[in-house]
Design a protein around this ligand. Structure first.
Ligand SMILES: [Zn+2]
Length: 284
């Protein structure tokens, strides 16, 4: 009898022990889920240029005024792998002594002071190291180097992928690995890097929410807006695919920013980028 009671007591204390261990593991898992899987974000110089007439992006406002533009790519190190957001102007432009002049002088005359390849090299990241990549949209200043990463899974909205190109060919190589999205997408499944669907500038335009462990949440605009003044005044560029959808997307972004307490980093805004750290410096 005594032995049996003893065994029972032992079993009971073991059960308490196991329960405590389980509770500890659960709370550790919960803490892990709170912790961002994003480790670092690098801003890469993917172009610099001069916009001939910014009223193209703000109909009727600032007519004839030119403005310096920049073009960024963002390389993110997540605990599960590397992710590249936008690929910038084609690296070939770096070899053009006067850059690439636009057909329409109101548009942007682009130069590429540094190639994307050289900047990845500097960080010792090889194209094959990237687990995922995504472009905000298929304009050439964002999708110029997609084929530098022929094995990397490309995350793109189905509406953008299937958007007919003026050249009558696909916007991406048919053999490039792709996941066609229909709306928002949590890239690594932990909420730390989320593609936010923001159609309007193009049919399948997308923006990116990144939750950095120290910096906090940052929303990368893509071309949902081109510079701060147009964001504050919610102006829709004349060549956007959809005027109403552009306005709806800007409001969606504002809502995401409130909910996530996110800063907005505007891809082409030189004044803002001048105040940010460029690679090889990084944000945590
Ligand atoms: Zn664009």
């Amino acid at each position: 009898m005594k032995t049996a009671r003893c065994r029972f007591a032992l079993a009971a204390s073991l059960a308490v022990c196991l329960c405590a261990a389980e509770a500890f593991m659960q709370s550790a898992a919960a803490q892990g889920a709170d912790k961002s899987g994003v480790e670092r974000l690098y801003i890469l110089n993917c172009g610099e240029g001069v916009a001939g007439d910014i009223s193209r992006w703000s109909p009727g406002v600032n007519v004839g005024k030119s403005m310096d533009f920049v073009d960024n790519c963002y390389l993110i190190k997540h605990s599960q792998g590397w992710f590249l957001w936008d690929t910038g102007l084609a690296d070939a432009i770096a070899a053009m002594p006067n850059g690439q002049a636009p057909a329409d002088p109101r548009m942007t005359h682009w130069r590429r002071p540094k190639t994307l390849a050289a900047q990845l090299d500097e960080l010792r990241v090889k194209p094959a190291d990237l687990k995922f990549m995504a472009v905000s949209h298929t304009h050439p200043d964002h999708a110029g180097n997609v084929e530098m990463f022929p094995q990397t899974m490309l995350l793109v909205q189905k509406a953008e992928y299937e958007w007919p190109s003026p050249l009558g060919v696909g916007r991406f190589k048919a053999e490039h690995p792709v996941t066609k999205l229909d709306g928002d997408h949590d890239v690594f499944g932990d909420g730390s890097i989320v593609i936010i669907s923001t159609p309007g500038h193009t049919p399948g335009h997308q923006s990116l929410l990144v939750k950095l462990p120290k910096t906090g949440a940052v929303l990368l605009s893509g071309d949902a807006v081109h510079f701060k003044d147009n964001w504050e005044n919610r102006r829709v560029p004349e060549n956007n695919d959809g005027k109403d959808s552009s306005s709806v997307s800007m409001q969606r972004m504002a809502d995401v920013m409130v909910k996530e307490k996110a800063q907005l980093w505007i891809n082409h805004d030189k004044a803002q980028r001048d105040g940010l750290k460029m690679s090889p410096a990084f944000y945590e």
